[in-house]
Design a protein around this ligand. Structure first.
Ligand code: SF4
Ligand code: SF4
Length: 222
């Protein structure tokens, strides 16, 4: 899932300092699961903002609404009537949700309340570990299911580099070397020959915004 963390309170407060009526929009999917941008977090942030602005003698009127998903047009429709009553929107969704809201309501500013951190697994409550950077050229089949883009400090497709040190990465002794792990995983599976397959230079596809259309949904002429 996509994981995120709430922006520092002062940063959010500063983004909204010139606005008197703000609709805080939560998202009921990834950011709700990772405890940063669901219905409860919207209410908590609104309470903090309300109190802080009262203390500054600059009161703010805050609305709250959490949609199923901010990255899905059909769920944004319910905001159409609400948004016109506000002079700004605060989004607690990931960067995709914020952008989709800003695109739908181009006449008013839409501000992010969270920092999107990546695609991660849930290790325990409130503990998430990044596992994918959406590179669009997945090599997990050749790397024993360990992502070298995310786990290797240099994102190497052919590793390890000269900095590998008894299983640790040169950037941090506590950070396992991705390619050491890949070697061990492939060895365990009796597939070490795979590591010798030199990966071609990567044509990075995540440098420009990408569009994904699942094959069954493509138009016939495409
Ligand atoms: S190689 Fe890594 S970053 Fe690329 S798609 Fe696979 S898991 Fe994601
Ligand atoms: S030591 Fe390992 S994880 Fe660190 S940069 Fe080199 S190959 Fe990547």
């Amino acid at each position: 899932m996509i994981v995120a963390k709430r922006k520092p309170f002062e940063e959010i407060k500063n983004l909204l300092k010139d606005y008197k009526k703000v609709l805080n929009v939560g998202c009921g999917t990834c950011v709700a699961v990772c405890l940063v941008g669901g219905e409860k977090e919207v209410d908590v942030l609104n309470a903090e903002l309300d109190m802080a602005r009262k203390l500054e003698d600059n009161p703010i009127e805050l609305g709250a609404c959490t949609v199923e998903r901010q990255c899905d047009r059909e769920y944004l429709a319910e905001l159409d009537d609400k948004v016109k009553d506000y002079d700004a929107v605060l989004s607690m969704a990931c960067g995709v949700g914020v952008q989709f809201l800003a695109e739908r309501f181009p006449d008013i500013p839409v501000f992010p309340a969270v920092d999107t951190s990546g695609l991660a697994v849930n290790q325990a409550v409130g503990w998430y570990e990044e596992r994918c950077r959406s590179c669009s050229s997945c090599v997990l089949g050749l790397t024993g299911g360990i992502c070298p883009v995310t786990m290797c400090a240099k994102g190497l497709y052919n590793g390890p580099c000269g900095g590998t040190n008894n299983g640790s990465c040169e950037v941090d002794i506590d950070q396992p070397c991705a390619w050491y792990m890949i070697y061990e995983r492939l060895q365990r599976q009796g597939r070490l020959d795979v590591i010798k397959q030199l990966h071609q230079a990567v044509e990075w596809q995540n440098q420009v915004p990408r569009t994904l259309i699942q094959p069954g949904y493509k138009k016939p002429e495409e």
